[in-house]
Design a protein. Sequence first.
Length: 552
Amino acid sequence: MTSAHTKVDVPEPETHDVYGAFPRLTHEQIARLEQHGSRVPTTPGQVLYREGDPSCDFCVILDGTVATIDGHETPDAHVLGVHGPGRFLGELNILTGQPVFLTALVQRPGEVLVVATDRLRELVANDSELADVVLHAFLERRFLLLELRSGFKIVGSRFDPDCHRLRDFAARNRLPHEFVDLDRDDQAEGLVSGLGVSPSDTPVVLWRRHLLRNPSNEELAQIMGLRPARPDAVTFDLLVVGAGPAGLAAAVYGASEGLKTLLLDGVATGGQAALSSRIENYLGFPSGISGGELAERAVVQAEKFGAQITVPYEAVGLEQRDSRYVVSLDDGAEVVASCVLIASGARYRRLEAENIGDFEGTSVYYSATKMEANLCGGDPIAVVGGGNSAGQATVFLSRFVSSVRLVVRGDDLGQSMSRYLVDRIERLPNVELVVHHEVRSLLGRNHILEAIVAEDRHTGERSRFDCRALFVFIGAKPHTDWLRPGIAIDDRGFVLTGDDLESYPDRARASLETSHPGVFAAGDVRSGSVKRVASAVGEGAMAVHLVHEHLR
C-alpha cells in the first residue's frame, strides 16, 4: 500500500450490489476476517495498490469509498467502479500470483481491513462460506476484466502469425489484455511511432514500463506472473503433465487428499476444452459453461488445496531413476516425483491441403474463441470436422459471421456429433452443411484467404466456396513424443494402459497404469479413452486413487 496522492474525478458509489462480482460482506464475515488482518486508516487520493504492482493484499472497505481505475496515470484512464463499506477489492491475481491489473484509489477517507495474501489463502482453504463469496467474486471480476480489455496491450497486425501467437497465448491463459490492430485502428501507427517502434518491428507488448518486442510466450508468461523461476527442487508425490480437464481434476483431488502435487503444461491451463465457447452437456451446468471458465474455476480450486501450477513448462523427457521418475523440462530443469500422471492430451490434426501453410496463423485456425470470431468481422467462413468440437465452433461462430459452411467428410453428421448439436446446427439459417467433402486447396493472396476448394468424395467433383477464415477440427494427435521410447503407445501414438498392455505380462496393472509402474495416463492422451470433458475429469480423479494405492 502506497501513499501517493493523485486527483481523479470519480462518480458516486453504487447504492445496490451487483450479485456475484461485487457482494457486500456481512458484519459477521468481516469480524472473521479481522482475526487475520489489521485496520488501516485511509486518506483521500491514497493508492492502496497500483496497476503493475507484482502483488497486493486483500482489502475490505470499512469506511469511506475507493475507486478502481483502469490505465491509471495514462491519458485514457477511466474509472471502472467506486466501492463503499462492506465491499472488498481485488481479483484472481491475489491468489494466482499475477501482477495487479487495476489501481485502487481512495476517494473518501475512512478505514480498510488489510489481510495479507498468505493469510487469505489459509482462510480460503479453511472457511468454506467466505471462500465461496470471495472466489466467486474473483472469478466474475476476472471475466469482467477480459470483457473490458483491461491489462496489457498487444500491438500488431491481425495477419501477423506472431501477433496471433501472442493473442492466442493471452486468451488461453485468460490474461486481461487489449489488442491494438495496425490494420484497423487509426491511432495504432501513432502509438508505435511514439514508442520509437516502426510497424515492421511489431508485434509489441506494452505493460506499464515494459515494452517487449515480439516476445516469446515464455517471456510474456514471466512478466505476467504465470511462470515461476522453476518448480520447487523437491520430490513430489504426484507430478501431473498436462493441465486439461484430466490434469486439473488430478491436481484438485491429489492436493486435497494430501499429496504434494505439481501440475505442468506447455501452453495454458484448460487444454483443448478451454477453447470451447460453450460446453452444454457437462453435468451440473444446465445452461452450459465456457471451457475457459471451467478451467479457471478448476485452477482456483487446485491452488486452494495447495497444488503448484506452472505454465508454460513443457515436458520433453521421462526416465526412471531408482524408485522415482524424473521429467525433463524444456529449459533444462528436472522434476522428480514418486508418481507421474500423463495427461498431456491431444491437439487437432493439421489439415493436409494445398497452400494451407500460407494461411495458418492468419486465416486458418485450430480453435474458435471470441478472439478468432472477432477477426472474422462478419465475413463468410468455413469449419472442417464432424465431431462435437466442430459443432460447438459452428454454433458459436454463426453469431459473428454472415455464413458458415460446415464441411464434413462423412455422409451423416449424426454419426460423430451429439444429437443436441446436430439439431441446433440444422436450425441455424446461416449455416450450410456440406457432407462427404474434403478440403483440397486454399486460395488467396498475401496470406489472406479468399476461398477453399472442396472435393466430393463420391463423385470426385470439386467446388469452390468463398470464405475469409477456415476453422479446422479434424481428429486428434496425442502429445506423446516426449515419452518415446520408454512408455508403450499404440499405432496412433496414444498411451496404452491396463488390460491393453497384453504384450507386457510381467505384472498386473491398474486400469490407468502404463507400462511403467507408478506412471498413469488419463484423458485424451490415453488409448481407448472417451473424448469428452466429463470422462477426462473422471479419469483424472480415478488416477489419484490409483496413485494412493501405488504409494502404499
